[in-house]
Write a new protein. Structure first.
Lengths: 193, 402
């Protein structure tokens, strides 16, 4: 008789444990407090012991690995200077080429990235008819052919934004910005035809 | 004679009233809005002007509603087509407005014709003629689904009572043995399930600080996943976007569209609540949506999103390896995120689940010069054209545990 009672007790306990699933809480975490599960160092986007964000800005005067410094200021004069004098490092003249040009690989990646970061507003063709512009969420997206833009000014605007367009420098790195720049130039040339 | 006079008077009266009526109706028709022109104007305005101007309230440039009352048509045409030239010609008004806006330069629009500008001005004068005033949107009565939880409680209680009766009141030994076996089986089944779910957070759906809907962003508005989670292409982590990325769109989107609803935490959030959710972004970064600028000296606060997908520290996972090199869709692991109002963990993230995919996924060997030699050797080794991730070494312990 006693063993029966034990069986019932175990059954009831197991059933209670497995039946209350609160989806807003994590499941029981076995060994979650050991360093095999939880790292000793900071987790990405974690918090320090003081409750501050673990991500920090680079120390002033230093350049993060892979980062390319950009010296044109975020102002109208900076925009004009970049438009007139900033040139792409991706345009390379091989001995076999007659003029300096961008490799196909860079152009293809530019197209791919344009689809992710630009097309929602600027449209697949660069005519300002992206899905967000068409359904009226973001207004006033220009057609590239109506703007007097150069590779320098396109890069500058990707870097700092212009008007209601924000900076995209945190999402794409310097090389990718140039790849997008060249794809935008190609779209503009197609629109001007 | 008298009668003639009268007659004349009457005639004059009739004539003058007719004239008055005619004039009045003429004026009326003059005031009637050329709706085609206004609609064209709206289109041109939205395509060219709306990034910096609104009809009411300042944006990057001044509000343009009723601008024709402030400036002449000719001046506006000169200004819109090439404001720099107008300023250079020494026009006092042009220089004054330029200085008033701290010398921010308006783009020149030489491509707009006089008709285009007239249409724009018709729109700024008359406003949005198609705007339908929504009279008190009907409140939707949410249909409460009858809860079925009570039924399972009744069944459970009945079973428990029956078991108790079998053990303490019944004299039938056979029944007791059968019940014991049934109980042991059930305990094993549920016990196994409970133990196997330890540490597996499939379906985990915590409350987030902002009722962010992936359904609206990725589904309805088709914003690419990587627009916000931009570090997935290069790094181990698919980053949570910093607030400046939110602001790339939410600078101009301070309110949700009329009639937007989001299902969150078992409740339906309407426009009012959702506008409050957008306001939380502004509170975090310090954006004044009325003045359309960042508040100077604002103490910014991070938004503390709650992490869903977390692998234990001993398992290595790299997003860029899967997204960029593997070319997988995010949905393969994260499920139909574009249909989720409230994000939840779709996959179990167990080792078995990883391995299963590694065994099934085939690698495209074509057009990959860098690995050409090793791919050829692998093909020879397994005697096949295509290799799976597992055959490439995606099942080695040290690939993920080291």
């Amino acid at each position: 008789m006693k063993s029966f009672i034990k069986i019932i007790a175990v059954f009831v306990i197991v059933l209670t444990c497995s039946s209350c699933v609160d989806k807003q809480k994590r499941q029981v975490q076995y060994m979650a407090d050991t360093d095999m599960y939880t790292p000793v160092g900071y987790e990405t986007y974690g918090e320090t012991a003081d409750g501050e964000a673990s991500v920090r800005k680079p120390v002033e005067g230093t350049i993060a690995r892979g980062q390319v410094p950009y010296d044109y200021p975020d102002s109208q004069t900076g925009y004009e200077a970049a438009r007139d004098s900033l040139r792409s490092p991706l345009k390379i003249q091989l001995p076999t080429d007659s003029i300096a040009q961008v490799s196909k690989k860079d152009m293809d990646n530019g197209k791919y990235l344009y689809g992710i970061y630009c097309a929602a507003c600027h449209g697949d063709k660069g005519d300002g008819q992206g899905s967000l512009a068409q359904n009226g969420k973001i207004l006033g997206v220009p057609n590239y052919k109506d703007r007097d833009i150069t590779e320098g000014s396109i890069y500058h605007v990707l870097m700092y934004g212009k008007g209601i367009m924000g900076s995209h420098s945190s999402q794409i790195n310097a090389k990718e910005r140039w790849q997008i720049t060249h794809y935008v130039e190609e779209l503009r040339a197609d629109l001007l035809k | 004679m008298k009668r003639v006079d009268k007659h004349n008077q009457t005639l004059r009266f009739i004539l003058s009233s007719l004239a008055f009526l005619f004039l009045f109706s003429f004026q009326l028709s003059a005031q009637e809005i050329d709706s085609v022109q206004v609609r064209t104007g709206k289109k041109i305005f939205n395509a060219n002007c709306a990034s910096c101007h609104k009809l009411e309230g300042n944006l990057i440039g001044p509000a343009l509603g009723g601008v024709e009352e402030r400036r002449t048509n000719e001046w506006l045409k000169l200004w819109i087509k090439d404001n720099a030239a107008l300023r250079a010609s020494g026009d006092a008004d042009a220089i004054a407005i330029f200085n008033e806006w701290n010398g921010s330069v308006m783009t020149a629009f030489p491509q707009l014709s006089d008709d285009d500008i007239d249409a724009i001005l018709a729109y700024t004068t008359h406003g949005d003629i198609d705007k339908v005033v929504v009279a008190g949107a009907e409140e939707e009565v949410a249909e409460e689904e009858p809860s079925t939880a009570w039924m399972s409680y009744i069944v459970l209680t009945a079973l428990l009572l029956l078991t108790l009766w079998v053990y303490f009141r019944s004299k039938n030994e056979f029944l007791k043995v059968v019940t014991t076996i049934a109980l042991l089986l059930a305990t094993g089944y549920y016990g196994y399930g409970a133990l196997m779910s330890v540490g597996v957070d499939q379906g985990y759906q915590p409350i987030q600080p902002i009722a962010f809907s992936h359904k609206i962003h990725a589904g309805e508005n088709k914003v690419d996943c990587q627009y916000c989670h931009s570090s997935a292409k290069h790094s181990k982590h698919s980053g949570i976007p910093s607030v400046n990325v939110c602001m790339n769109c939410h600078k101009s989107i301070a309110e949700v569209a009329e009639g937007t609803t989001v299902e969150y935490d078992g409740r339906t959030l309407g426009k009012e609540e959702l506008d409050g959710e957008i306001q939380k972004i502004y509170d975090a970064i310090g954006w004044d949506k009325d003045k359309f600028q960042y508040i100077e000296g604002y103490e910014q606060k991070p938004i503390k999103w709650v992490r869903l997908h977390a692998l234990p520290d001993f398992a290595y996972f790299n997003h860029s390896q899967h997204v960029t090199a593997g070319g997988l869709k995010c949905q393969q692991c994260h499920g139909p995120v574009e249909e989720m109002d409230e994000m939840y963990q779709h996959s179990p993230l167990t080792m078995g689940w990883c391995i299963e995919c590694h065994r099934e996924t085939e690698i495209d060997l074509a057009g990959n010069e860098y690995y050409k030699k090793i791919h050829e050797e692998l093909s020879k080794k397994y005697g096949i054209e295509k290799v799976t991730v597992a055959q490439m070494g995606g099942q080695e312990c040290g690939k993920c545990h080291y």
